[in-house]
Design a protein around this ligand. Structure first.
Ligand SMILES: [Zn+2]
Ligand SMILES: [Zn+2]
Length: 243
């Protein structure tokens, strides 16, 4: 029976590959790729797309050479151990992520997940379970999916780790950008609930989001997961606001 299920899974994956041959097009600009290129074309690779340089040890944002931690992480309590994001949220990356989040480009979950996994391996980050950042049911209905869950599922599939939707979003927090950091956190905290305490107890968690901006979302989610042993966070891209 197990073999049969595996076979079906393999066929399903193959079918998806045929429907979305994303291996042959640049995921940022859509240009055809040469056989020696993977995911990004040569021009996009030269366009500052990777989150590189001297970065905060906690939140992965670019900081001044010689510094170890950014001012935000120094001055506020972080409930997560470390956050990693492979891409820099520049215009090109932003376009691709918007397509992924708002325009049904679900096939991007796979290359994005692979990029995240590369960073997790580089940092030697090990974990037991994957928790996606939750979306409100109305947002999911509008988009048709939760992009963070798609990413979480891909990471889980590739690394063979369980995905657990233990966090639920009860309120839409649309006015976030008009609030300061502290109010953002409080607003977010009121909007989410941990629905399964027992599954996370003593576990190391990988929390998955799409874009990391102020860390307010991942920090709030992490604060609800305090019974876990350790929490790592990841996103596809990092906005770099501290330069
Ligand atoms: Zn390109
Ligand atoms: Zn930081």
């Amino acid at each position: 029976m197990k073999n049969f299920t595996e076979k079906i899974k393999r066929i399903a994956n193959k079918t998806l590959d045929i429907l979305f041959p994303n291996d042959f097009k640049c995921i940022l600009c859509g240009k055809d790729l040469f056989s020696n290129e993977y995911v990004f074309c040569k021009e996009c690779l030269l366009d500052d797309i990777f989150n590189e340089g001297n970065r905060c040890v906690k939140c992965d944002t670019i900081i001044k050479e010689g510094n170890i931690i950014c001012d935000h992480c120094k001055n506020s309590k972080r409930f997560f151990e470390k956050c990693v994001c492979p891409l820099n949220y520049n215009d090109k990356v932003k376009n691709a992520i918007l397509k992924f989040k708002e325009d049904n480009a679900r096939f991007l979950a796979r290359p994005f997940a692979e990029l995240i996994i590369n960073r997790l391996k580089e940092e030697n980050i090990q974990f037991d379970i994957i928790v996606p950042v939750p979306s409100h049911i109305k947002t999911i209905k509008r988009r048709g999916y939760n992009p963070s869950l798609l990413l979480a599922n891909e990471i889980g599939r590739i690394l063979n780790k369980p995905v657990m939707e233990v966090l639920v979003k009860n309120v839409i927090t649309s006015k976030q950008k008009f609030l300061n950091y502290e109010d953002r956190q409080n607003n977010l905290l009121d909007s989410m609930t941990l629905v399964d305490k027992t599954s996370i107890r003593g576990k190391t968690i990988l929390l998955v989001d799409d874009v990391i901006t102020t860390c307010a979302t991942i920090n709030t989610c992490s604060s609800l997961l305090v019974k876990a042993k350790k929490i790592y966070a990841c996103g596809v891209a990092r906005t770099n606001i501290n330069i």
